[in-house]
Write a protein that binds this ligand. Structure first.
Ligand SMILES: [Zn+2]
Length: 196
């Protein structure tokens, strides 16, 4: 494995969403950021639809342009994998990627984190996009480091796959229901569980 020297980001950083702004404004925007002394930007966590506009078709040209402009200003990049927001084509083609909420409703496209972590289609699509990003940007010197996904957690998925995976994890982790009850302090409010 390649050994990399530890580096430290020093200075001001911020989130940057070039995909929100017209392309012709990028150069001036980034020049001004450099002039203000910005040292790093976090980029890409909600731009899956721009990086993979169709399944297995990747377009990093716009991001290459942004990175080149940032490099001219010595601004480094924290590159984010965009897996919290699958594109509309993914949602329409693979509706199993939507999570099931506690009350059995499906949480759908239109916000973020509309994903079931155990969905085979979602996991395959995530692997495809992050591998494509790693191949394209893995050696790019402007990329200082990576952010993996964005704010893991909510909403939790209660689909049968996730429930079974959670129960199997509990079984491996705690072995018996008594150990589980104790670890979760379920004697509080009479919440002790019993194996059926
Ligand atoms: Zn699920």
């Amino acid at each position: 494995m390649e050994k990399r020297e530890a580096r430290f980001l020093v200075g001001l950083g911020g989130a940057f969403y070039p995909e929100h702004h017209p392309r012709e404004t990028w150069q001036e925007y980034i020049r001004l950021a450099g002039e203000l002394g910005l040292k790093a930007v976090r980029i890409g966590e909600f731009a899956w639809d721009k990086m993979e506009p169709e399944e297995n078709y990747y377009d990093f040209s716009w991001l290459d342009e942004v990175f080149s402009l940032l490099s001219q200003e010595n601004i480094q990049v924290v590159l984010c994998t965009p897996t919290a927001v699958p594109p509309i084509w993914a949602c329409e083609r693979y509706p199993e990627i939507f999570p099931v909420l506690e009350d059995s409703r499906t949480f759908g496209f239109g916000v973020r984190r509309y994903t079931c972590p155990t969905s085979p289609a979602y996991r395959r699509l995530c692997q495809n996009i992050v591998e494509a990003m790693a191949e394209h940007y893995g050696k790019n010197p402007v990329v200082y480091t990576w952010q993996i996904d964005n704010e893991l957690g909510h909403p939790f998925c209660f689909c049968s796959r996730c429930l079974q995976a959670f129960q199997e994890w509990c079984q491996r982790e705690y072995k018996t229901i008594e150990v589980f009850n104790e670890a979760m302090v379920l004697s509080f409010w009479g919440q002790t569980l019993k194996k059926v």
